[in-house]
Write a protein that binds this ligand. Structure first.
Ligand SMILES: C[S@@+](CC[C@H](N)C(=O)[O-])C[C@H]1O[C@@H](n2cnc3c(N)ncnc32)[C@H](O)[C@@H]1O
Length: 644
């Protein structure tokens, strides 16, 4: 017997939380897959225990959505499992030839991000040929994951996602936009995407081909049966169903006719009905040939009666109306009723346990009308010891020597042991199937993990290459920095030398300036140095003495606006005009007021300081000539006297 593992209460609580928040029931999904996906999320969210993760789900509803998305594994590619597509293309061509009306309807159930639905539309469009798919093609792409369907509707894929698409198909059915490819309009018009839960939502109907690949591996056998029954309803007569490479589900072969089991292709056959019991697998029970019995009810009645009474199986005959005409000892034992109680009464009115209504009404009717030669049905009854036993009763026509129907013959067998063996066999089979499916799902996950690893590896390689490039760039930047550093150091050394030279020159200049200042200070003539606008920068001791203004009062003032007691205003204005026009001025015998009263005489020389391009200012010399003038006068007077 397949025993379910004990329920894991925390896992149940997580699934319950998902059911409450997202209205999605994962309880019949394979536990092992769910556990692994939950553990992944626990690692990603750094939750050490399931209880901590459950608390996180309580706090953050967004994590519930992330978990659901992670549990719905959406691994897919265009034209996935290439070898299957060739067969599929042939099947499409056949469906197109045989389709009952003009429209070809295809369903990609569990299509994830749409690659499978578009692949189907492309293959069908090509099979329909030439050029465009037109109104006769309709592909339905459904999935329970809303985000995946939203992505599918956009129809935009990266070159990596289109790896399996040939160059010709890429050129014919996709448009390049930058680094991505968009599925062309004519294909997109033929594909209708929708959110649909295969377990609980109404299926799409009148379908010619269903592709449901790599979805069953996540479901337990109950859900698988449920979804398969829905597919049976969705398909048109002779419609095809294709499952995934690793999805060999025995139940599928019971409700569909296998067309290519290796490729998991089945056909909906009008004559195959949904089988939910195990009757059809019981070995056929031995039957008494009707003719023998008919003959037995002839003259040697007592011998035959003994013979039938000796039969271990309960045996009953009725006439064509259903009135009991014979009842053997085994029947009397089984139902604890004597022949006298039942003869002449309607069999259906006796209420015999184990003989169910279907057998007594419908199936008997079919045998009576000659529509079938033999019907049987199972039932349960309790024996004298109180044990429940399973019986199988067979009804056949009772014919006379000429073959005419005289009534009906019912023979009942105890099939309890056979049924027990059958059930044990069935559970072993189911267990095997569940192990098989677990392996298939692990395989699928391994493949998914492998692909993820390959992607991660490629990313790591490219990150490594980028790091190497960055490293090389850093090295070259480093070298450049070192060169620059050296250049800076040498410039620094040059600057140092220049600095030292400048310091030396400054010292020289300082001493020169000092000497100049001392000379100027000690000159007997007044020396005034002016800037271009007449502002005084130098005013020596002689100027203080001759002009009656101290150095402190004069320096920084403009000569034109300074009150100089010794000089007349018109003289200063004349001086200003000359210097502003960069002209020199020399005046002899200039009268000026002596510091201690009286009038003195002086020579004034003003010279603009002009280079080839610049006016630096001017220098004014004011030399007292009073004494020299007096001596000259005295000399002149003496000469005059001498002549006289
Ligand atoms: C591995 S992908 C298969 C994609 C595609 N069929 C293929 O083989 O390439 C499985 C898909 O089944 C979807 N799925 C799982 N349970 C579902 C349900 N109850 N109803 C509809 N889709 C379901 C998931 O969302 C996921 O996109």
């Amino acid at each position: 017997m397949a025993t379910r593992p004990p329920r894991d209460s925390e896992l149940e609580a997580i699934l319950e939380k998902v059911r409450q928040v997202r209205n999605f029931d994962f309880r019949n999904y394979k536990r092992a897959t769910l556990q692994r996906r939950i553990e992944r999320r626990m690692q990603a969210t750094r939750c050490r225990t399931r209880a901590a993760y459950l608390a996180l789900l309580e706090r953050e509803p967004a994590e519930v959505s992330t978990l659901v998305s992670s549990m719905l594994i959406k691994l897919t590619t265009f034209f996935r499992d290439r070898e299957v597509w060739q067969t599929l293309e042939e099947s499409l061509a056949e469906l197109i030839r045989q389709r009952p009306d003009k429209e070809l309807r295809i369903w990609s159930a569990g299509c994830a991000t749409g690659e499978e639905a578009y692949s189907l539309a492309i293959a069908a469009a090509e099979a329909l040929g030439p050029g465009h798919p037109g109104p006769e093609l309709k592909v339905f792409g459904t999935d329970v994951d809303e985000d995946a369907i939203a992505g599918a509707r956009r129809g935009i894929y990266t070159p990596a996602q289109l790896e399996n698409v040939s160059k010709e198909r890429l050129a014919r059915w996709f448009v390049r936009t930058g680094n991505t490819f968009t599925v062309r309009k004519e294909i997109r018009r033929a594909v209708v995407f929708g959110v649909n839960n295969l377990v609980s939502d109404a299926p799409v109907s009148r379908i010619d081909l269903i592709l449901c690949r790599n979805v069953f591996i996540y479901l337990d056998s109950d859900l698988q049966k449920r979804v398969l029954a829905r597919f049976q309803f969705a398909l048109r007569r002779n419609g095809l169903l294709m499952l995934g490479r690793s999805e060999l589900i025995p139940f599928a072969a019971r409700i569909f006719r296998p067309v290519d089991l290796a490729r998991r292709i089945y056909r909906k056959d009008a004559h195959v009905e949904v089988v939910t019991t195990t009757q059809d697998r019981l070995p056929p029970e031995p039957t008494l040939p009707p003719r023998l019995i008919a003959a037995a009810i002839e003259p040697e009645r007592s011998l035959l009666r003994d013979l039938l009474d000796s039969q271990p199986c309960p045996t009953i005959t009725t006439d064509n109306d259903g009135t009991v005409t014979f009842w053997n000892r085994a029947a009397a034992r089984m139902w604890n009723r004597n022949e006298g109680d039942v003869l002449g009464k309607k069999l259906s009115a006796l209420g015999l346990s184990g003989l169910i209504g279907d057998l007594l009404i419908e199936q008997t009717g079919r045998v009576r009308n000659g529509r079938t030669e033999r019907e049987f049905s199972d039932g349960l009854l309790e024996n004298a010891g109180g044990d429940s036993i399973t019986v199988r009763t067979q009804v056949v026509p009772l014919r006379d020597r000429t073959g005419a129907r005289q009534g009906l013959l019912y023979v009942t067998h105890d099939v309890t042991t056979a049924r027990g063996v059958e059930q044990a066999l069935q559970s072993v089979q189911e267990e095997l199937q569940s192990i098989n499916l677990r392996m298939q799902s692990s395989n699928e996950e391994l493949r998914a993990s492998n692909e993820e690893l390959e992607t991660t590896n490629e990313e790591l390689q490219s990150a490594n290459e980028e790091l190497q490039t960055t490293n090389e760039e850093l090295q070259s930047t480093n070298e450049e920095l070192e060169t620059t550093n050296e250049e800076l150091q040498s410039a620094n050394a040059e600057l140092d030398a220049t600095n030292r030279e400048l310091a030396h020159r400054t010292l020289e200049m300082d001493s020169l300036a000092f000497t100049q200042r001392t000379i100027i200070r000690t000159l007997s003539a007044a020396v005034l140095v002016l800037e271009g606008d007449g502002r005084i920068t130098t005013w020596n001791l002689a100027a203080e003495r001759l002009l009656g203004v101290t150095e402190r009062e004069a320096v920084g003032q403009k000569l034109w606006s300074l009150h100089v007691p010794a000089l007349k205003r018109p003289l200063i204005q004349k001086l200003r005009r000359h210097l502003q026009e960069n002209r020199s001025l020399r005046l002899e015998g200039v009268p000026y007021q002596l510091p201690h009263g009286g009038t003195g005489s002086a020579t004034l020389v003003a010279t603009p300081l002009v280079t080839e391009t610049n006016v630096l200012g001017s220098i004014v010399l004011f030399e007292d000539t009073t004494r020299a003038a007096a001596l000259l006068e005295e000399n002149r007077l003496l000469k005059t006297k001498r002549k006289a």
